[in-house]
Structures are given as structure tokens and as C-alpha cells.
Design a protein around this ligand. Sequence first.
Ligand code: ATP
Length: 359
Amino acid sequence: MPEQSSPQPKRIAIIPGDGIGKEVIPEVVKVMKAAVSAGSRELSIVEFDWGADRYLRDGTTLPLDAVEMFRRDFDAILLGALGDARIPDNRHGADILMGLRFRLDLYANVRPCTLLDRRLTPLRDRDENDIQFTVIRENTEGSYVGMGGFFKKGTADEIATQEDVNTRKGVERILRFAYEYARKHGRKRVCMSDKSNALAYGHDLWRRTFAAVRGDYPEIESSHMYIDNLLMQMVRDPSQFEVIVTCNMFGDIASDVGAQLAGGLGLAPSGNIHPGQVSMFEPVHGSAPQIAGKGIANPMGAVLAAAMMLSHLGLTGEARRMETAVRAAIAEGQTTADLGGSLATRAAGDWLVRRVESA
Ligand code: ATP
């Protein structure tokens, strides 16, 4: 009988970055390795030291060949966080994060808002069944493309413009991504949100494209809400949502509200995805300078982002093991202080490792 070849290891690039990114990512690596070693798959992990220290040392932000290298040599990227008070304009962070999002064309920002324990939501009388929706944010267009400028800067007559870029191709692909995501995850409802009553050109394009696309997914219930109403409804009755799809800026805001409904920034994961190409996963939180260096950051958002990554790479059993461990830690109060526990970051990571190993 021919010898069975074991599957190729999944190649993961890790960028811990700055602040609490550097504290939570080592814990994630421990938990991920424990989850994977319990199964038959392997990971090959390579760490990159891009972030504030490296930038201040030698000026490196995102090296010129980084994008090609990731496409050629890696299956996925895990990012901690970027941001450091010593670099007030966040030049390095913008180069690295926006550089990867735009140059790898990671057009779908996927942010699941899943309440893992009813005690963690600030909403009264809501439980795990009510808060389990996903915000899908367009990630490569809108107001975040950096087009615009100043005129008469610093004078009393100053003018600043900021362009909002919406393309038919860009809008259509994110809408289709949202429907395909709903199909793949057994979700039955997609709500598209815009502000087409005020943004009469860019968001009119969203409305018309939505009208053209929704008919291709007849088994999914499609709805539309203006963004102000959407945010109000998310707080009033989050159980009505399964998949929300919206533009770059509104998705940024709606997913932070969603993260709070589901227990706060310390718990929220996200993926920057281009189907079929190397994609990047990260916790929703930033470098959190106020708590950085104290060893108290919650590693769970980053652990859940790594679980999303493994699931995206087809390691669904391994991903489930990590998610189950996070749920157990919350249920048993084995958490950092932001979730009411008393563990330090490293102890929280150790607890998750033990749980994954004993599952
Ligand atoms: P950025 O602009 O890079 O997003 P920021 O400081 O504005 O950074 P965050 O880094 O996301 O925002 O964090 C805001 C606050 O939320 C932190 O100061 C901290 O109190 C809390 N927080 C965020 N992430 C965590 C975490 N992993 N564990 C505990 N608390 C957290």
C-alpha cells in the first residue's frame, strides 16, 4: 500500500505589532499550537517584527516585497495591533495595516458579533440567542482610500476635502460576499445599510447594485436600513440581524457597536478576506496604550481571530477547540479583569492551553 502523505503544514505569518498586540499574540500562538497538535495537521509559523520599535530603529514599515512574499509563501496572516504614542501620525501603522488591506485587496472585513455569555452584554434581558450577527464591512473603498486634500491649510479660510470612492465592481463584490457568507454559514437574512437618502450618488450606487444582486439569492431574506436606523435597531433588538453588509466607514462604526453588545473589545475578532487568496486576521481592538505593558490585556479577541483564521483554512475542528475553550473560560470566570476575572494575560493564555489540551 502506498504510504499516506500527511497534508502540507499551513503557513502562518505573524505580526505582533505594538502595545498589547505584543502581549496577546504569544498567548494566541500557544493556544493555536495546542489546538493543532491535538489533531493531525501542522502549522509553520514565521514571525515578523514590523511595528513601532522597528520603524524607529531603521525606518521599516511594510517592506516593498512583503505583498509578493505573503502571496507566495503564506496561507494566512495574523496581526496583533499597531499604534504607538511615539509615532503620533501612526505612519507605520497606516503603511502596514492599510498597505496589506489595500495591496492584498482584502476587500471583505468580517466581524462576527457573537454573545458567548449573557452576563457580558450591556443590554438588559438579552441572551446568547439574541446577539449572533456578523458585520461585513467593505474594506478597500469608501472614505478610507486617502483621496482629498487641504486648501489654505492653517488659515481661517481653510478647506479640507475627503473623497468617498464607490465603484460598481467594489460594491457588487462585497454584496455577493455577504450573501455567499450567509449561505456558507446557514444564515437566512442579509441587511444592507447605507445613507442613500443623503449621499445621493455614492450610496445610490449601493442601492441600485443591491437591487440588482439580491434576486440571485432568493432563499435569503434581503432588507435595507439607513445607517442611523441600523445602529438604533442593533441596540433595540439585535436578534433581527444575521448578516449586515455596509460600506467601509459605516462598517467600522457598526462593528464597534456590535463588539460592545457582544462583550467588549477584548473579545472581538475580525478577518480581512479575499476569497481564495492569502487573508489577514486580527482582533478588533487596537494597541490600547493605556493598558499596554501591564500584562492585563485580554487575549481572547486575538484567540478568536486565530480560530477564525484556522476555520478559514479548513481546520474547523481545531478552530472549534479554541472557541470552546474561550466559552469555558468565560463560563468559569477564568478571565482577565475586563471580563470580571483576575487573571493576567499570560495566565489567561495558560488556562486556555490547558483547556484545549484536555478537550
Ligand atoms: P486604536 O486607535 O489603535 O484602535 P485605542 O486605544 O483607541 O487604539 P483600543 O486599543 O482598541 O483603542 O482600546 C481602547 C480601550 O479598550 C483600551 O484602553 C482598554 O481599556 C480596552 N481594551 C481594548 N482591548 C482590550 C483587551 N484586549 N483587553 C482589555 N481591555 C481592552
